[in-house]
Design a protein around this ligand. Structure first.
Ligand code: ATP
Length: 643
């Protein structure tokens, strides 16, 4: 076994450690816990009532439930796997699994996994549990095993190149690129690098340098040479963002993934939607219905019946099987046709092994935000690739790892980082950023990129109005705004800071004018490291009688975690840092890469709210505070006390 195979075996062991830890944490919360305990832990809603049921895209069954007590906080989020259960009958609860589409304060919309409504749905005593999702771990484990044992085939060759055992090869001479007038010179060179690579190319793009823009162009160019490619990213949000950009370029894209995990804007691109829109779908539905009718007729015969009835029943069942078989063939044809009609197949890393993709190979697999993907997850799409192109930035958010040990022993190192280190000639760094004015960029550039980032000239004009400062830090020290621990989720929140932040935005909207925001299509992002704070901000926006101006703009206001904002940008960004305590504890704010993401999302105005007394205990934040003071960006909360 080669050195790199040994290395991969260690990575597989670390993955198993992470799996175990994740499962253990889940078990700790659920094992032998009563429903009341699980409710307190935020992993169960009980009792719930069915408010609405409907059949959605791809004939998926969708149920909306409502809970009575909306005071308890919880960890349900769209995209999570859940189990809907009924305690109506004696014995173990009856269960069916589903995926959460949407959660509001006391309602939740769930798409069920099965294709038949559970008979017990109307029986009452219903509840919903958060489920441990082992499928992703299984996919990662399988991929690692395949990569370890790969022989002389393409996977084995790619493994050896990606992990630095073999040299990466490139075609001689610079490939011709078309229609790149909107790219700068360095971005064009990155596209050329991608096209010239035989095995792997890597685009390292600090924030706003057009890494995604360059990837989209590289995909476009590749599609002049190949009919179809695969495009992946670690998170659903990042895949959706890419799909939006591909669609804007009129590149036909098929989004593989559960519709409940896909953004509404691109639901039309999902496999479910494309199957439903296919010209033969009506015939497929008719065939399925007729098979079901034959089966129902056959089932009507009771136990005691004679030979003639037996014969008839046999015939009905045989007919049902025949029609079902025809439906299966038609389904295969529709699937084949849908795949043929799309130039790009887009999915998350883990989704790359979706059953609909079985046996498929792609001349090029593109992976965006690759620095956020666990190594075992990144190998999943690589198994389907002849060549791999990755884009990312290891100074932004790393993959989330629950096991401290696994992380320390090496699982935190991504495949992206390994390729940057081991195949430096395959990577290309972009240095000119187009998102934000130089002032917003400066701290991130100096701290994370040795001052190498440049702001494109056009960013000088990025502001809301000439009078409006592009960056502000508002110090809440001394205000008495204190952080709280949300007991159930163990997440932190700072309600006064949330209220103050929204009030500040409300004033900003008043100053600039709702009309101006609408006319210029300015967007607003309100972000925080903590989920509990995001929930608080959302509640305040939805429920309060205040913040009218903001509510008028609610279509363009997004509230989310910093992690969920990676890769995105807004005209105005407000960061609520939450932490405010005497001990100077800053928790996971200490992962400065999260702050690098947060500080680099704004195009025209960035407002950071935090408590300097708490933050200054960490050298990174001390440097940030020095930066804001030196550049005249510091304001104390006392200047706003009329709020
Ligand atoms: N050559 C260019 N000319 C003008 N604008 C550009 C150019 N390249 C990118 N942009 C713009 O810069 C902004 C950032 O681009 P993009 O989102 O592709 O950056 P990114 O590197 O992926 O950012 P992040 O690291 O934050 O995900 C976008 O608004 C994009 O349209």
């Amino acid at each position: 076994m080669s050195r790199i195979q040994e290395e991969l075996k260690i990575t597989l062991q670390l993955l198993k450690k992470e799996w175990k830890e994740d499962l253990e944490q889940y078990r700790l919360k659920t094992l032998s816990a009563s429903i009341a305990d699980k409710q307190k832990d935020g992993i169960c809603w009980y009792p719930v009532q069915v408010v609405k049921t409907k059949v959605g895209l791809g004939d998926r069954l969708i149920v909306e439930i409502e809970r009575g007590d909306s005071r308890l906080s919880h960890g349900f989020q769209s995209g999570k796997t859940v189990s809907l259960f009924s305690n109506f009958s004696d014995g173990a609860p009856l269960r069916t699994n589903g995926v959460v589409n949407l959660v509001k304060k006391n309602t939740m919309v769930i798409t069920l996994m099965g294709h038949e409504w559970p008979d017990w749905l109307q029986d009452g005593k219903l509840g919903v549990d958060l489920h441990f999702d082992e499928a992703s771990y299984r996919e990662m484990e399988y991929a690692m095993q395949q990569v370890i044992k790969a022989g002389a085939g393409r996977l084995g060759q790619l493994r050896d190149v990606l992990l630095g055992q073999e040299a990466a090869s490139f075609t001689a001479g610079l490939p011709l690129v078309f229609a790149t007038s909107h790219l700068n010179h360095s971005q064009v060179e990155a596209v050329q690098k991608v096209l010239a690579a035989q095995d792997v190319a890597l685009v390292h793009g600090p924030p706003g340098t057009g890494k995604t823009t360059t990837m989209v162009q590289a995909i476009n160019e590749t599609l002049q040479r190949h009919p179809q490619v695969m495009v992946c990213a670690p998170s659903n949000a990042a895949v959706d963002l890419l799909v939006e950009k591909l669609l804007a370029k009129r590149i036909s894209t098929l989004r593989i993934g559960h519709p409940a995990r896909v953004d509404d804007q691109i639901l039309e691109q999902t496999l479910d939607a494309k199957i439903a829109q296919h010209s033969s779908f009506k015939d497929l539905k008719k065939l399925r219905k007729s098979a079901e009718e034959y089966r129902k007729l056959g089932r009507k015969y009771k136990r005691n019946f004679g030979a003639a009835e037996r014969q008839q029943r046999k015939q009905l069942f045989a007919e049902a099987s025949k029609v079902k078989e025809a439906a299966r063939h038609l389904e295969d044809y529709i699937l084949y046709d849908v795949f043929q009609q799309n130039q790009v197949i887009a999915t998350t890393l883990v989704g790359a092994n979706h059953t609909a993709l079985k046996g498929m190979e792609f001349p090029v697999v593109f992976i965006d935000e690759a620095a956020q993907g666990l190594e075992p997850a990144t190998w999943i799409p690589v198994m389907k690739a002849k060549k791999v192109v990755m884009a990312g930035d290891h100074c932004q958010l790393p993959p989330t790892i629950k096991s401290y040990e696994a992380s320390k022993e090496g699982l935190s190192e991504t495949l992206f980082e390994k390729v940057i280190d081991r195949q430096p000639e395959a990577s290309w760094m972009l240095k000119v950023q187009y998102r934000m004015p130089e002032l917003i960029m400066r701290f991130s550039s100096e701290y994370f990129y040795q001052g190498q980032l440049e702001a494109a000239a056009l960013t000088d004009a990025h502001c809301l109005s000439r009078a409006e400062p592009v960056m502000e830090f508002i110090d809440t020290a001394g205000s008495g705004f204190g952080e709280h621990l949300e007991k159930d989720s163990l997440s932190k929140l700072n309600a006064e800071e949330a209220r103050f932040g929204l009030g500040l935005l409300e004033k900003l909207v008043e100053r600039i004018g709702v009309g101006c925001f609408q006319e210029q299509q300015f967007t607003i992002g309100v972000i925080s490291p903590y989920k509990a704070q995001v929930k608080k901000l959302t509640e305040l926006m939805e429920e309060g009688a205040v913040f009218e101006g903001l509510r008028e703009l609610s279509d363009v206001v997004t509230i989310g975690t910093i992690d969920g904002f990676q890769g995105q940008e807004r005209d105005v960004v407000l960061i609520s840092l939450v932490r405010s305590n005497e001990q100077g504890e800053i928790g996971f704010l200490a992962d400065t890469r999260r702050m690098n993401v947060a500080l680099t999302r704004a195009k025209r105005k960035l407002i950071v709210i935090g408590d300097s007394g708490t933050l200054s205990s960490h050298p990174f934040y001390q440097q940030f505070l020095d930066f804001v003071a030196e550049n005249g960006l510091y304001k104390s909360i006392y200047e706003y006390m009329e709020f």
